[in-house]
Structures are given as structure tokens and as C-alpha cells.
Design a protein. Structure first.
Length: 696
């Protein structure tokens, strides 16, 4: 790949002109770039099997729409397919489409395929960054050493621990796609001037805007590039910059109008106070700036709170920082040699603007550093290079010392990225890290408590939930988990009180009704459970948890009409859903007796026939026979997750909690997205804890 390089024609000319690259041979530059990419791969070698986390659940693992690749056209027409949570449904069709492709390639929810997909695009971004950086450096001061500075700048970004927050967070590949689109668009514009008239550089920008809104700053970045690096020194440069930015303004405006039109009315940014959020953002920018140099406070869910007054010390410090850094950028634009520094500072500020002006639920999020850090990766190495050039006399000893220092910095950052990957490995490791770095974050404390509950330590989980309630006293999800934990410990009155409070706090949140309904079913209050589950299913058609549990109840009650209607509604959302298809088949048989199923199993001798027999035994209340039929299915098909789930359900009815837990865990191991098995596992763990509490 080549890039246009400057050639000063006269004192009056400041136009970037295509020319030969630096004296470093292309083969050597490409080899060194390959070495940088290999170093990044080594730093991230431990991240490919990291789990799904946090927002990954409602956008990926619980999202039925991505389970069918044929839904891809729908993602561009219906933003409700982006998430199972109405408040989180934004228009990001390209991201959702990529998740559906990864699901299809992996044959299910296999994190490896999702991480490989993200990482490939991350490497593509690094390649483009290298060529873009080198072109800008060559404009400022043509020199063979620019290739090495550009390589260092690219490696600094690629190995930076903060970028690991985006690369590991699967659904936040949206930040990566958005950043990549802006970098690609500018790279094409710089490297291929002859193609500008065709607008090809706008294609990646459009794709970026279909991934996440921060790419809307591209027209301003393009304007600054042309103003700083192309055109005549005074009037001509401003006019050229304005003219060059017009096509991108049109495309960006059109896509932002589309974004606004397609975003569901249920979407909510989540900020409690728009004023408090915005006056805090300058300080957040200062925090991000510091993290570039010393990334020691990375946290997936920080506990920073919005300021109450613009005159608070933190707000004043933040505003002073922003004013100071913009003033520095303006001053640095005066000299050609320092314009890459100015451009990088402008990039940093501009990339933060969308998330600074639009109030979001969290005042800061470390994955947001992906886009603005491009600017700092450009400015900081070039600043250091200019400083060393003017202050230290060139010599072989100096060159060796600088190379050694640069390698040490990259090794340190690479080790930091590797360490962050380790933190992201499991939910337990991730949320434990949050409890240490953000101890006043109620959601972080709650999520770590959930990891303890999944291990069977309900009392420890309850302790964390209670600690979380100090910081988030009106959090519906926390109330749900307090209800589940109290129920597992046999505190039924407290459990029901927490479920009721969750519903009062969020009466239109399907989750509050689902978990209360699930608890009611466990108490054998079936009519009440059906009522809550029906409310949950009506509030959120995309969340299948309530429908799965309702189908199970209808089958047990032999309510075939209701079961048929519900199963068909699920199949309309997820064609081919195995759970719904099985229940529909059972309902359409009109409730044939066990004898018919026995006859079919004897004749067909297939795992599916024995699974159906297991289900019919269960519905007839013959739980041990149900287990035996499931075991027969497993003899024919050892990896049959549905058979293990049937065993778990039957063991539950027999109050054989250890056996039920083991069977459900095996079903989940074989089929990680098996929601019904997850529900059975949660129920068995809860009942086991309750039984243990009663014995004590």
C-alpha cells in the first residue's frame, strides 16, 4: 500500500503531493509491520476463549434473532432485533449482522468464533493506521525514520491495555467497527487522491455509521486533515477543506437521520441528569488522557458519579484540561512539523464528543477509549520524536538506547493487555476486578454476587447483594436477585417482598415478572406463576425465557390449545427452535398416551423417539421412567443436550438436586445457549440451598 507524500515546491506551497515513500524498503517495512501484528497476536493469545459478559447476554446469548442467519436483512429494517431489552435497542444493524454470522460459523454460541471475527478487523485497523500515520509524518518532515515512528505508534495502540477493553467485549465490537470505518475512510482519501471524485472513501464511513454513531465526526476530521495537510497556506486551504468535507457531511447527515428514524421509541440513554453528565465529561477526558500513559485503573464498570456543579473541583479541572489541550492544538497548527501532533489532539477531542454530548447511563466506559486513542497514538510518539531530534545529538548509541526504550514500553503495554485478557476470562474474574477497582459500584457488587450464586454459595451472594443495595437502593435487577437468594435460603416472605418491590420499580420490565413467575412456580402456586409469565411474555416478545417456562407448564397441564399457540409464536421468532418444535409436536398429537410413544420408540429406535418418550413419561408423572428413556436416548446419541435436560427436570421432581444439577450442567456444556437447561440448573441450585438451610 502506498501513501501520498509531500514535496515542498516553494515557500508559498504547502500542498501534499504524491511521491516516493521513505528510504526504508517496502519489503522491510512490511516485514516489520508483520512483526508488530504478530506481537499483538501474542499479547491477545489468551483472549480467544474468554466468555460472554454483561451486555453480551441481552444482545447475543439471549437474543433469538441472531440464531438464524436469514434474519440479516431484518436487522437493517427492525432495530428491535438488536437486543432483548427494549431500553437498549439501538440501530446498529451491521454489528447484529456480524454476530449472526459468527453464530452461524460456529454453529452456536462459541466465543472463539466471535473473538476471531473481532480480532481480524482489529488487525485490519492496525494495518491502515500504520500507513496513515506514516503519510502524515512524511508530510510534516520527510525522513526514513518515519517508518519506524509509525510502526511504534501503531504497536503502542495495538498493545495498549485499554484497547483490550474493546477487543474482549464482544458486543462492543461496535466501537471497533466505528473506529475502523473512520480510519479506513481517511486512509483511502489520503492514499488514493485520484479516487476521491468517486466517493469510495465514504463507503467505510457509511458502514461505521451503521455500527455506532461516534463515526459522525468523520466530516470534521476530514476537514482538519485537508486544512492541516493539503492546500495553500491561507485562504485556499480553508476553502479546500470546506469543499472536501461537503460529501461526507451529506452522507453522515443522511445516515444520522436514518439512525434517528430507525431507533425504537423504547431506547433510553439512561443518564439521571443530562446536565450532570455533560459537566463531568471534561474530567472524564482528562482521565482517559491519563490512562493512555498509565493504564492502571481499567474497570469494565466504573463507579464514577456525575458532578452536581460546574464549579466542583473536578469539573473545573476537567474544563481547564480541555481548554488547555485545545489551545495547545491551535498553537501547534502554526508549524508544518508539529501539525501531526495538533491533528492527533483534535482527533482525541472530536472522538469523545458524541459520547460526551449525548447523556448515557455511565459517565465513563473504558471501551470508549478505542476511538480517541487513535489521536493520542499519533500525537505522543511524534511529539517524542521531535523532542529527541532537537534535544539529543544523533549517534548509534542514541539510536540503540531509543530502540531499547521503545521495546521496553511496548513489552510493558503488551503484558498489560495480556493481564487484562486474563481478567476478562470469566464473569467471576471480571466482576471481582470491578469490586476492587470500583468498590462503590452497586451493579459490580451484584454481578460478582451472581458468580458466587452460580457456584452454589448463596449466602456469600446475598452478602454482596446487600452491599450493592447501599449504592443502588432502587435497582430492579438487584431486587430480583435479592428475591432469588432469599428464596434459595428459605426466606420466602423476604423473597416475595423483594420480587414485589422489583415489579413496583419496573412494572413494564419483563424480567421482573419472569423471575417472580419462576419463583411462584417453584412454590407450586401455578396459577399465579402463569399470570406473571404471561405478563412477561406480553411485555417482551423477543425474550423467550418466559415462553419456555410457560410451555413447560402447559405441557404438564396438558393444555394443548395454549401450548400450540405459544409454541407457534416462538417458532415465528426463531424458526426451527428445538424446544418449541418439540412442544408443538406434543400438542399436535392431541396428548397421545405413553403407550403410543413406547410403540414409536420400539419401532424407530432413534434418540429423538426416546426423547419424546421421556417427555411423555414426565408429563404423566412417571419421573424415573422419564430418566430411563432419556438415558436410552443418550446411548444412541451421547451428546444429546435435550436428553440431559429431561433428566434434570425429572430429577427435580424427585428432589434429587445433585443429580439434577449434574444433568443440567452437562446439557449446558453441550449446548451453551440452552435456556431451558439454564432455568432448570438455577432452580435446582436454589432448591438445594433451601434444603440445606432447612436442615441447619
Amino acid at each position: 500500500m502506498s501513501a501520498p507524500l509531500p514535496r515542498t515546491k516553494s515557500k508559498q506551497s504547502d500542498r501534499a503531493v504524491a511521491g516516493p515513500s521513505s528510504a526504508v524498503p517496502a519489503s522491510r517495512a512490511n516485514l516489520l509491520l508483520a512483526a508488530v501484528l504478530l506481537a499483538v497476536l501474542l499479547a491477545y493469545s489468551n483472549h480467544f476463549t474468554n466468555a460472554f459478559h454483561f451486555d453480551d447476554f441481552h444482545t447475543i446469548t439471549d437474543n433469538p434473532w441472531i440464531r438464524n442467519i436469514r434474519n440479516i436483512p431484518r436487522f437493517f429494517l427492525d432495530a428491535t432485533t438488536m437486543s432483548t431489552l427494549p431500553l437498549n435497542r439501538a440501530y446498529r444493524p451491521l454489528v447484529t449482522a456480524s454476530l449472526a454470522i459468527d453464530y452461524w460459523l460456529g454453529g452456536g454460541y462459541k466465543p472463539l468464533f466471535f473473538h476471531i471475527s473481532t480480532f481480524i478487523w482489529f488487525l485490519a485497523q492496525l494495518i491502515l493506521m500504520f500507513f496513515l500515520f506514516r503519510a502524515l509524518f512524511d508530510y510534516a518532515r520527510p525522513d526514513p525514520v518515519n517508518t519506524y515512528i509509525a510502526l511504534f505508534a501503531t504497536a503502542l495502540y495495538g498493545l495498549h491495555p485499554a484497547i483490550a477493553e474493546t477487543v474482549n467485549y464482544i458486543v462492543q465490537r461496535a466501537d471497533l467497527y466505528s473506529t475502523l470505518g473512520v480510519v479506513a475512510g481517511l486512509s483511502i482519501y489520503v492514499a488514493r487522491p485520484a479516487l476521491r471524485r468517486y466517493g469510495l472513501y465514504l463507503i467505510p464511513v457509511a458502514l461505521a455509521l451503521l455500527s455506532k454513531p461516534p463515526a459522525l465526526v468523520f466530516p470534521i476530521i476530514l476537514f482538519l486533515y485537508v486544512f492541516l495537510f493539503e492546500g495553500e497556506p491561507q485562504r485556499g486551504r480553508l476553502g479546500a477543506a470546506l469543499k472536501a468535507s461537503i460529501p461526507s457531511v451529506v452522507v453522515t447527515a443522511a445516515l444520522m437521520i436514518l439512525q434517528y428514524a430507525m431507533t425504537p421509541s423504547t431506547y433510553a440513554g439512561g443518564a439521571a441528569s443530562a446536565y450532570g453528565y455533560r459537566i463531568t465529561q471534561p474530567f472524564v477526558a482528562l482521565h482517559y488522557f491519563a490512562e493512555f500513559f498509565l493504564p492502571l485503573w481499567l474497570s469494565v464498570d466504573t463507579d464514577r458519579q456525575a458532578f452536581n456543579s460546574a464549579w466542583s473541583p473536578g469539573a473545573v479541572l476537567g474544563f481547564a484540561f480541555v481548554v488547555g489541550i485545545i489551545a495547545a492544538a491551535i498553537w501547534l497548527t502554526r508549524r508544518r512539523e508539529t501539525r501531526p501532533i495538533a491533528f492527533g489532539i483534535y482527533w482525541f477531542i472530536l472522538a469523545l464528543l458524541p459520547t460526551s454530548l449525548f447523556p448515557l447511563a455511565e459517565v465513563e466506559n473504558d471501551h470508549r477509549m478505542c476511538f480517541p486513542f487513535i489521536g493520542l497514538a499519533l500525537s505522543v510518539p511524534w511529539s517524542a520524536a521531535l523532542l529527541l531530534r532537537h534535544r539529543i545529538r544523533p549517534s548509534p548509541l542514541r539510536n540503540n538506547a531509543l530502540t531499547a526504550a521503545a521495546v521496553c514500553v511496548l513489552i510493558a503495554y503488551g503484558c498489560g493487555a495480556y493481564a487484562r485478557n486474563t481478567v476478562w476470562h470469566t464473569d467471576e474474574s471480571l466482576w471481582f476486578d470491578v469490586t476492587r477497582k470500583s468498590p462503590r459500584n452497586g451493579r459490580g457488587l451484584m454481578n460478582y454476587g451472581l458468580t458466587q450464586m452460580s457456584k452454589g454459595d448463596t449466602q456469600r451472594a446475598l452478602n454482596y447483594f446487600q452491599r450493592a443495595s447501599v449504592f443502588t437502593p432502587n435497582y430492579p435487577i438487584l431486587e430480583i436477585n435479592l428475591g432469588i437468594a432469599n428464596g434459595a435460603l428459605g426466606h420466602d416472605a423476604d423473597a416475595e417482598a423483594h420480587f414485589h418491590r422489583a415489579i413496583s420499580l419496573a412494572p413494564r420490565d419483563a424480567q421482573t415478572h419472569f423471575y417472580y413467575g419462576r419463583w411462584l412456580r417453584g412454590k407450586r402456586r401455578t396459577d399465579d406463576a402463569i399470570r406473571e409469565l404471561q405478563i412477561s411474555a406480553a411485555l417482551n416478545a423477543s425474550d423467550l425465557n418466559a415462553k419456555y417456562l410457560l410451555m413447560q407448564i402447559y405441557a404438564e397441564q396438558r393444555a394443548w390449545m395454549q401450548l400450540t399457540k405459544l409454541a407457534n409464536s416462538v417458532l415465528a421468532i426463531v424458526p426451527g427452535d428445538a424446544v418449541a418444535a418439540g412442544y408443538l409436536k406434543r400438542a399436535q398429537s392431541g396428548g397421545d398416551d405413553v403407550a403410543e410413544a413406547q410403540k414409536i420408540a420400539r419401532v424407530q429406535q432413534t434418540p429423538e423417539a426416546y426423547l419424546d418418550l421421556s417427555l411423555r413419561y414426565h408429563q404423566a408423572g412417571k419421573y424415573r421412567e422419564s430418566i430411563d428413556a432419556a438415558k436410552q436416548a443418550l446411548r444412541l446419541k451421547p451428546d444429546y443436550a435435550e436428553a440431559y435436560n429431561n433428566m434434570a427436570a425429572a430429577y427435580e421432581e424427585l428432589s434429587m438436586w445433585d443429580e439434577a444439577i449434574a444433568a443440567a450442567e452437562e446439557a449446558i456444556r453441550l449446548k451453551p445457549d440452552f435456556t431451558l437447561a439454564r432455568n432448570n440448573l438455577a432452580w435446582s441450585l436454589e432448591q438445594k440451598q433451601k434444603a440445606a438451610a432447612i436442615r441447619r
